[in-house]
Each structure stands twice: as structure tokens, then as C-alpha cells.
Design a protein around this ligand. Structure first.
Ligand SMILES: [Fe+2]
Ligand SMILES: [Fe+2]
Length: 258
């Protein structure tokens, strides 16, 4: 049994010192790894990343901790510095990359990519018309391509998890305004998930969305944006064994929202 803790959209600012750390204290007793689904900072500033790094230092010392960036982390054009600051406390940011950790003899692959918007079947953009529209949709396709590449790297692992910021499905956007769905995710990501069938797919970004969803082929999707969770993080238990991995939300995390 692999226990995964996850949260997204912690949006740490320069004034956030002490906001997360107390709520993560018991995480290492409850989870084997910790995943953070983007929008780590408010404006993507290295100073904000320094605050986050201190908040995560202890937990990342105790359990393998991985993250993807979110759109907020790109706001200042200093995302590479954010990545480096977090690497300093062993929080590894994944973009088109995968990591494998072993938990009691079970290998767990984590494939990470930010993803992007673009919309969902019947209501999506296309690479047509103005160069700006083409660029938008090309970025979405490339972002999904990076998730594809990352998932391909962990094809042989016992348990496989996809970590994104943007949503692969409309299911977990329920509660958001329909008008902004194309900015919240892309079905390109779901197509990739359905090709690889990971055991769990996590995302954030949709603060007013809902927690649970499925892709067309039945991949378990969870929106772990902290405003959706209303608690510090969610935990999931994944049983070993390809094809029959149960994705269940553990009930008692005990720790309340930050
Ligand atoms: Fe966010
Ligand atoms: Fe976001």
C-alpha cells in the first residue's frame, strides 16, 4: 500500500511564513510521499520560493517531495530561480520528467508536467487563425506532450502517478464558471492519461472546482487545490498491482486547512 499526500495552490507569499509548516507536521507518519500540484507561489518570485522552501524543509527531509509549477509561478519570468530554491531543500520540480521512489519494495513513478488550458471536447480552441491562437494551442499540445514523455519513462513501475497543475477533465471543474473552462485545463492531458492509464492523476488550479473525476478511460483524477480540499492536504492509498490499483481517499488526515 502506497500512501500519497498531495496539495496544490498553496500560493505562498513573502508573508506566509508559518502558514503551512504546522499543518504538515504529521504528514510523514501518514504518507510515503508528498506531491505539490503547482501555484506554489503568488507571483513566482524567488523570495516567495524561499519562504515556501522553509515551510517544506522538514517534510521534504522526511518523505520524497515533488512538485510541478503553476501559472502563478511563471508570473515574474523567474520560474527557473523558483525551481532552484526548492531544489535546495530537496523539493524537486518536474516538467516533462519522471522520478521513481521505492516504498517497501514497491516502485512508485511520478510523472510531472504543468499542462495548460485549451478546453474540452466540443468547446476547445484549435490551431487556426491568428498566430496568437496558434501559439496558445501549440503550447497546450506541447505541455501534454511533456506529460506523455514523462509517463512513458515510468511505464514499468508498480504504481504510477501523474502530477499536473491544469485539469485533464471537466469533472473536477464543476463549480467553476463555464466561461473559464478553456483556461482551466485541456482534454489533450486526458488523452495522454488514457494512453498510459496511471493509477492516479492529480491537479490543482481550479480553486472553485470539485475534488473527484475520471477520464473517459477511467483514470482516477483528483483536484487537490487547497481551496477545494479545505484542508492542508489530501491523502490517497494506492494498492500495488497494475490494472487493479485502488485509488481511495483516506479519510482521517486530522490536519486542518492552512
Ligand atoms: Fe491557484
Ligand atoms: Fe493556477
Amino acid at each position: 500500500m502506497i500512501r500519497v499526500a498531495a496539495v496544490g495552490d498553496v500560493h505562498v507569499g513573502r508573508d506566509s511564513r508559518g502558514r503551512l509548516r504546522p499543518h504538515l507536521k504529521h504528514l510523514p507518519e501518514r504518507a510515503d510521499l508528498f506531491l505539490v500540484a503547482g501555484d506554489l507561489t503568488r507571483r513566482g518570485l524567488p523570495e516567495e520560493a524561499e519562504v515556501l522552501a522553509e515551510e517544506l524543509r522538514e517534510v521534504a527531509d522526511a518523505v520524497p517531495t515533488f512538485a510541478v509549477l503553476g501559472n502563478h509561478d511563471f508570473e515574474s519570468g523567474r520560474e527557473q530561480e523558483v525551481v532552484e530554491v526548492l531544489a535546495g531543500v530537496d523539493v524537486q520540480v518536474l516538467e516533462g520528467e519522471a522520478m521513481v521512489v521505492a516504498v517497501d519494495g514497491t516502485t512508485v513513478g511520478i510523472a510531472g508536467a504543468k499542462g495548460f488550458g485549451g478546453g474540452f471536447p466540443g468547446a476547445s480552441g484549435s490551431e487556426f487563425g491568428e498566430p496568437e491562437m496558434k501559439a496558445f494551442m501549440r503550447h497546450s499540445a506541447e505541455a501534454a506532450g511533456r506529460l506523455d514523455a514523462a509517463l512513458a519513462k515510468i511505464a514499468g513501475e508498480d504504481v504510477r502517478i501523474a502530477l499536473m497543475h491544469y485539469s485533464p477533465t471537466e469533472d473536477t471543474l464543476d463549480g467553476e464558471r463555464l466561461e473559464i473552462y478553456p483556461f482551466l485545463g485541456s482534454y489533450f492531458l486526458a488523452e495522454v492519461l488514457d494512453r498510459h492509464a496511471p493509477d492516479l492523476a492529480l491537479h490543482g488550479h481550479a480553486h472553485a472546482g470539485s475534488e473527484k473525476g475520471l477520464t473517459a478511460a477511467g483514470v482516477c483524477v483528483r483536484n487537490v487545490a487547497q481551496p477545494v480540499l479545505g484542508r492542508a492536504y489530501a491523502t490517497f492509498c494506492l494498492d500495488r498491482g497494475r490494472g487493479d490499483v485502488a485509488c481511495e481517499d483516506a479519510t482521517a488526515t486530522g490536519e486542518t486547512g492552512a
